[in-house]
Design a protein around this ligand. Structure first.
Ligand code: FAD
Length: 371
């Protein structure tokens, strides 16, 4: 089978890229070893967060945020997106000092979307917050979406524009012959001019087959969700220096994250939960919101996620072969970026350029010499 572009990986990055390429009139095939949206992109916390981004990511994240606000109309689908403020809570004065330093840095760069709030405003916005919390920082433009719905909305829109999605195709071999990429699973063979690696926690293996090495690791961040509770929090909530993040959905259930990791077995597509760490996450939630003592946890799970040493993604042309591109290593915050990453990759394929400065995301950034 021959196509202009092959994308390996049917997560949000692969689906969004397929959408933007198909919109640009390119013939594109997505090869997915399991099911589209089965891994990180379908099971994450759905946080659509601009607050607290690494400086290198702020411009991309802002652009992604403006796409999220009209994504349902653009894709003619339902992503479950809800605009909500996001508040990171300061538990003590040391946290307020950390926030002040960040504010100075952001203002110097001309960014005004992170606004510090005092204790009184924190209580007005989150009446159930614990008495010891002293303030925080808010971003009004943040929110959440439903991960699998969002990823499938991209897939469906891409398919309507002519993109092909093949599930159960585990890419095992890649070769470049002349100007063509030959991509093989154990059962089928595909050919394209351009090859894009969006293979998430498996992306280092795919990168090597494309000629590029990368220090990617993988892990299994965990989440838990409660039964329905009385409504007590409209904003999405995080903490400045404690591993806490949660959101209460419109049906009353509360999704609790915070970055605690379970055990990852990517060779077998499996994760195992670390209950001791989940218990610490639950205790943190109670420390910040005593009402959470009444919560009962309904379900817990983990997903396989790709991490880079600097927690910044790879969004990059290939280094050792032409017509090769990579987008992976999102280090537990790639869902929000998905819509813009798809657009940027499509632009790189179509014009060779992006208006964003992608230098911090180069695949070879750990190999380059510091002069
Ligand atoms: C528990 C959890 C909570 C998170 N919370 C948030 C959050 O609140 N906000 C946020 O922004 N981000 C969050 N993230 C991170 C976010 O989910 C990921 O960064 C993002 O989904 C990565 O998308 P992806 O398309 O790169 O990877 P994936 O969704 O993993 O997709 C990659 C796909 O490639 C396929 N693949 C791999 N190798 C091959 C091969 N050889 N052949 C064919 N197919 C292959 C895989 O099967 C997989 O489906 C969270 C992640 C987890 C796990």
């Amino acid at each position: 089978m021959k196509t202009e572009v092959i994308i390996i990986g049917g997560g949000i990055q692969g689906c969004a890229t397929a959408y933007h390429l198909a919109k640009g009139g390119v013939s594109v095939t997505v090869l997915e070893k399991d099911r589209v949206s089965q891994h990180a992109s379908g099971v994450n916390a759905g946080g659509v967060r601009l607050l607290g981004r690494h400086i290198s990511e702020v411009e991309l994240s802002k652009a992604a945020m403006s796409l999220w606000s009209s994504l349902d109309e653009e894709l003619e689908g339902d992503t479950g997106y809800r605009a909500r403020s996001l508040i990171n809570i300061a538990a003590d004065e040391a946290d307020m000092i950390t926030l002040k330093q960040r504010e100075i840095q952001m203002h110097k760069l001309g960014y005004r979307h992170e606004i510090m709030i005092d204790q009184q405003e924190l209580r007005e916005r989150l009446p159930y917050v614990a008495a010891h919390c002293v303030g925080g920082v808010v971003s009004e433009q943040d929110g959440y979406a439903i991960p699998y719905k969002s990823t499938l909305a991209f897939r469906n829109a891409a398919e309507r524009l002519g993109a092909t999605f093949l599930e159960g195709v585990d890419v095992a071999r890649i070769r470049k012959i002349g100007d063509s990429w030959l991509v093989e699973s154990d059962k089928a063979r595909f050919e394209s001019t351009v090859l894009i690696n969006c293979s998430g926690a498996w992306a280092d293996k795919v990168a090597v087959m494309m000629g590029d090495n990368v220090p990617l690791t993988h892990s299994a961040p965990m989440l838990m969700i409660t039964s329905r509770m009385p409504h007590f929090a409209t904003p999405v909530v995080g903490a400045v220096s404690r591993p806490l993040s949660f959101k209460q959905f419109e049906n009353g259930t509360v999704l609790i994250g915070g970055g605690a990791k379970g055990f990852a077995d990517r060779a077998n597509n499996r994760t195992r939960l670390d209950y001791a760490k989940l218990a610490i996450g639950a205790k943190n939630a109670i420390d910040f919101f005593p009402i959470m003592k009444t919560a009962s946890v309904n379900r817990m799970w983990a997903g396989l996620e790709a991490y880079m040493p600097d927690n910044l993604p790879v969004i990059s042309k290939g280094v050792n072969a032409g017509n090769a591109f990579h987008a992976f290593g999102f280090s537990a915050h790639g869902f929000q970026l998905g819509p813009i990453v798809g657009k940027v990759l499509a632009e790189l394929v179509l014009s060779g350029e992006s208006k964003f400065d992608l230098d911090a995301f180069r695949i070879d950034r750990f190999e380059r010499k510091v002069l």
